[in-house]
Design a protein around this ligand. Sequence first.
Ligand SMILES: Cc1cc2nc3c(=O)[nH]c(=O)nc-3n(C[C@H](O)[C@H](O)[C@H](O)COP(=O)(O)OP(=O)(O)OC[C@H]3O[C@@H](n4cnc5c(N)ncnc54)[C@H](O)[C@@H]3O)c2cc1C
Length: 488
Amino acid sequence: MHHLTAKSPSPAKEKVNLVWLKRDLRIQDHRPLAFASEECQKGIPAIALYCFESDYWNSDKASPRQRKIVWDSLHIMAQDFEEACPGGRIFMAECRSADEVIARILEQYDVQRILTHQETHNLWTFERDIRVQKIAKAHKVEILEAFQNGVNRAWTPRNWSDLWKEWVTAPLVETPKHWVGPKNEVEVMQKCGVNPVDTSTTIITNHPSDIPHATLLSFLNKRCLTGRGYRAEMSGGELAAIACSRISQHLTWGGISTKEAYHIAKTYGDHCTDRHKHPHMNSFITRLLWRDNFIQQFESHHSMELYCMNPAMEHARGSDTESLQRFVQGQTGYPFVDACMRRLNETGWITFRARAMLVSFAAYALNLDWRAFGPHLAQNFIDYEPGIHYCQLQMQSGTTLRAPTRIYNPLKQSVEHDPKGDFIRLWIPELKSISGVGIHTPENRIRNGYPTAIVNPARLWKTMRANGPQSPKKTTPQLEFFFEEGAA
Ligand SMILES: Cc1cc2nc3c(=O)[nH]c(=O)nc-3n(C[C@H](O)[C@H](O)[C@H](O)COP(=O)(O)OP(=O)(O)OC[C@H]3O[C@@H](n4cnc5c(N)ncnc54)[C@H](O)[C@@H]3O)c2cc1C
């Protein structure tokens, strides 16, 4: 955080600090909350605010599924907060955009500072942040932004990896223990259209894995050794859903910070006497680095949200409605592709490899532009993180300038990652009765209501290669991504 500057007093209004919550729905390792808590001890009360912004939630990158996660996360956070800081309350607002509500709070209170985390999301949140900055400037209120992850906004330092390591190994911020709200807090906030989170209602989460710290600990204690272990099972069928950490949702919405996840995994690994676990711990920690690296690349090359990084691919692909509908509904007639899509639609999570294969199939087999099918994936992922999403969409559909082109053969993926076909049978009931290797094969006929192959299987590989990028012109900087092991 920056150093503070004094603000001239406003006698009629009550002094407060405003903590503006975004995708940081936790009380641990939360610098804005910790800072406000210290200020409470010095006599300046604080307000913690979360805004449900309808302009964001109605956009084509968001979904009711994700809104529910935020809702549940706020309830969990509010309970933790009350427990750690008796009297600690979170307020929630329904609004078009946070700047509306923040403007009203700045009218009602003598806000000393807006304390928040630096957002590294998409164009909409970037523009929203600019509106908030303008309002704060007009009221002469300083905004202090803490790092949410090991990412620099808008530019990438040369020694990024070293800085990331320095950041991630630094001590965690202390959990707040003390909180004082302003006088008549509830009435005044209600005037601003803001209500406290009602923690008397029972939280209805979907699954125990909705609790961030418990999810990580269950992975470290037990799940990382599922089957042949995390590293071997992470690309597999249904077992991968247990063997993987499943922490992505919590990192996305901030139920746990990347730094705390790192600290917990590192400490666990350092004290773990079961040497079978060590390679899994290391792989997990490496992925936390990848995560922030992707977000960093996106911050530095944010035009990739809108345009192909390889200009030669800008108009190369289309958005054929029938292909798109069959793809997003899991009706392409390619069993493993459809099983992955149906699992995603139903649960919000699939493995890295399944995500990569889906994108590869849409781009190369169906010649669909990533901007046509990207919103469906963004809405359905419970862990939608634009930094990873856009980099991966462009990499896996061959629209970056990075060679070589990687094309996932869906038939090879099917045999390798679901050898017995159990995953396909689970997600495609139409094929339940098919035994043996025939389960993997797309066919040019309808089977028990399951559709014919959308691309003639005999021509699939030729079609996929033909839809690859043509010799790119290097007109934008080459990106350096961290890569998973080889495709095809
Ligand atoms: C097209 C496509 C879109 C993707 N979109 C997202 C997204 O919106 N949000 C998201 O969190 N991940 C995304 N990923 C990366 C990856 O698939 C998920 O992070 C992972 O499957 C989440 O499951 P997990 O938490 O069990 O991961 P684990 O394998 O246990 O990994 C631990 C954490 O490391 C990070 N991580 C893992 N793999 C990667 C990777 N290849 N790149 C960057 N970070 C990684 C994630 O934060 C993850 O939670 C995408 C991948 C592809 C191919």
